[in-house]
Design a protein around this ligand. Structure first.
Ligand SMILES: O=c1nc[nH]c2c1ncn2[C@H]1C[C@H](O)[C@@H](COP(=O)(O)OP(=O)(O)OP(=O)(O)O)O1
Ligand SMILES: [Mg+2]
Length: 200
């Protein structure tokens, strides 16, 4: 079976490749379909994940998996939430977003910097079949960036159980616990059923 991961984010796509390598699915991404444009104007992670998957499935005629994810910071009442990718403005780099977040939290002590990563996945099939799964990871926003693995906010997402940031932990440790890994694990059951021709 062919599956289009409805993302332009290379870091995300690498994680899907790693975590789905054990099932018989050929992965593509929006890099293979540069003409597809998606406006992420949903109010929730779920709405945006569905938007990504539906548009991509319609335009390619193939099963599509949308991932909408982001950070909820307790001291900021859950912001940046669905705006995580555009926190420092439209087209902001990971570095810009990290700087803005660290600046907003500059007076907040470490023990009050609780945050969670959320990942919502939406799978849409050409026959209209739709599946939604979610995963979360709790942690703290670090006082300064550390580590160079991963992408996005990984250098400032400190995971107590690892005693390091996700960017210091490396891919194997991240895949064992991440919000995306948890959502993918649940979605895998549907993908396996579908690729075997059964009803998910
Ligand atoms: O595991 C993660 N490690 C670090 N940062 C992460 C992670 N997961 C999401 N994030 C951040 C990146 C981006 O700032 C936002 C997601 O935004 P989101 O719109 O879902 O993705 P995106 O715009 O990068 O790519 P695309 O929409 O093409 O899938 O949250
Ligand atoms: Mg996006």
């Amino acid at each position: 079976m062919e599956l289009v991961i409805a993302t332009k984010n290379k870091g995300k796509f690498l994680e899907f490749q790693r975590m789905l390598e054990d099932i018989p699915v050929k992965l593509m991404s929006l890099e293979d379909f540069p003409e597809i444009e998606i406006t992420e104007d949903g109010a929730t992670f779920e709405e945006n994940a569905l938007l990504k998957a539906k548009i991509t499935c319609t335009k390619t005629g193939m099963p599509a998996l949308g991932d909408d994810s982001g950070l909820r910071v307790q001291a900021l009442s859950g912001r940046p939430g669905v705006f995580t990718a555009r926190y420092a403005g439209q087209g902001a780099s990971d570095k810009d977003n990290i700087e803005k977040l660290l600046n907003e939290l500059k007076d907040v002590p470490f023990e009050k910097r609780q945050a969670e990563f959320v990942c919502v996945l939406a799978l849409v099939l050409p026959d209209g079949g739709t599946f939604i799964e979610e995963g979360k990871l709790e942690g703290y926003i670090a006082l300064e960036p550390a580590g160079c693995d991963g992408f996005g906010y990984d250098p400032i997402f400190f995971v107590p159980q690892l005693e390091k940031t996700l960017a210091e932990a490396g891919p194997q440790a991240k895949d064992a616990i991440s919000h995306r890994a948890k959502a993918i694990k649940k979605m895998k059951t549907h993908l396996i059923n579908i690729s075997q021709g059964g009803k998910a």
